[in-house]
Write a protein that binds this ligand. Structure first.
Ligand SMILES: Nc1ncnc2c1ncn2[C@@H]1O[C@H](COP(=O)(O)OP(=O)(O)OP(=O)(O)O)[C@@H](O)[C@H]1O
Length: 278
């Protein structure tokens, strides 16, 4: 894959809940500090979001609760249908993935993407064992050889520091940190070039958070996997990401190298966010 070409090119990604009026986009956003259209009550979860992600790069999306961070990754992972926009994903040659058929979207998601959610119950099937969860992802990508599936599950659990002897135990019997590690193992099962991480350490104790973040950073460095990391927590963004988008009221208000955004934030809202970290 050519390192100079984006892995993912997103343009004008927009998601509106409810019926937008002709001025909904103009009448919402950071300038008016609201994402609710005063004419129609439509909610602009995100609008006009554009960015490029390069192979092996880690992009952060930061912003307060309700700013639209999760909507961006969930539309790109097809959990939510975008209202408008384009996303070109290099491994998929059929054009805008947001306009792909349901079958094509399932194929892209099963073979080429992984997602780790804040709540392990969204990413793991609690009726299956931890190994069974990894197997599920592999089977969805048409890997059928039972021996090889078990081997890969054991390999991934080891990589994510989950005791392999607990492969047949259900995630419900695991600690929160370990459940997140199983989710990470599952999301990486097919070696996807792109991984989405949505507030993956938010529900965890601080000491456990640090371990999970270390693990993500190590895996990223070892495997060179591109990631989009959503977090309201700037310390997570600082630790994991190369570039950052700052969102407010559904819009990107600032973007740049993470170090620059943190050292010299330009937008008043980013300045407020950064000062709250100091
Ligand atoms: N199904 C829905 N119906 C209506 N509005 C929704 C729906 N899902 C999300 N929203 C709204 O879209 C906006 C963006 O939500 P989103 O979850 O992307 O924000 P976020 O920045 O990820 O915040 P959080 O971390 O709290 O989830 C919020 O105002 C939210 O209330």
């Amino acid at each position: 894959m050519n390192e100079n070409h984006p892995l993912l090119r997103v343009r004008n990604l927009t998601k509106v809940y409810g019926e937008p009026g002709p001025e909904t986009l103009e009448r919402t956003g950071p300038e008016v500090n609201s994402n609710i259209c005063p004419d129609t009550d439509a909610i602009v979860a995100c609008a006009g979001v554009s960015f490029d992600l390069y192979p092996g790069e880690v992009l952060g999306i930061v912003g307060e609760s309700g700013s639209g961070k999760s909507t961006v990754v969930r539309t790109l992972y097809f959990d939510i249908e975008a209202t408008m926009g384009e996303a070109l994903f290099r491994p998929y040659e059929g054009g805008n993935i947001l306009a792909a058929s349901g079958q094509q979207k399932r194929h892209i998601r099963n073979h080429l993407m992984g997602m780790v959610y804040q709540n392990p119950r969204d990413g793991l099937n609690f009726r299956f064992s931890s190994g069974g969860n990894i197997a599920e992802k592999l089977i969805m990508a048409e890997h059928m050889h039972v021996g090889r599936i078990r081997e890969r599950a054991a390999f991934l659990l080891e990589k994510t520091e989950v005791p392999v002897q607990r492969m047949d135990d259900p995630p419900a019997s695991f600690s929160g940190g370990m459940q997140q590690r199983v989710q990470i193992a599952k999301a990486m099962a097919n070696n996807p070039p792109l991984l989405f991480l949505d507030e993956v350490t938010t529900g965890l104790d601080v000491s456990v958070q640090a371990k999970v973040l270390d693990l993500i950073r190590e895996l990223q460095q070892e495997l060179g996997i591109a990631m989009i990391v959503v977090s309201h927590d700037l310390s997570v963004i600082r630790m994991l990401t190369d570039r950052t988008l700052v969102m407010k009221n559904g819009r990107v208000v600032e973007s740049g190298l993470t170090d620059q955004v943190l050292q010299d934030p330009q937008h008043a809202y980013s300045q407020l966010l950064v000062s709250s970290l100091l």
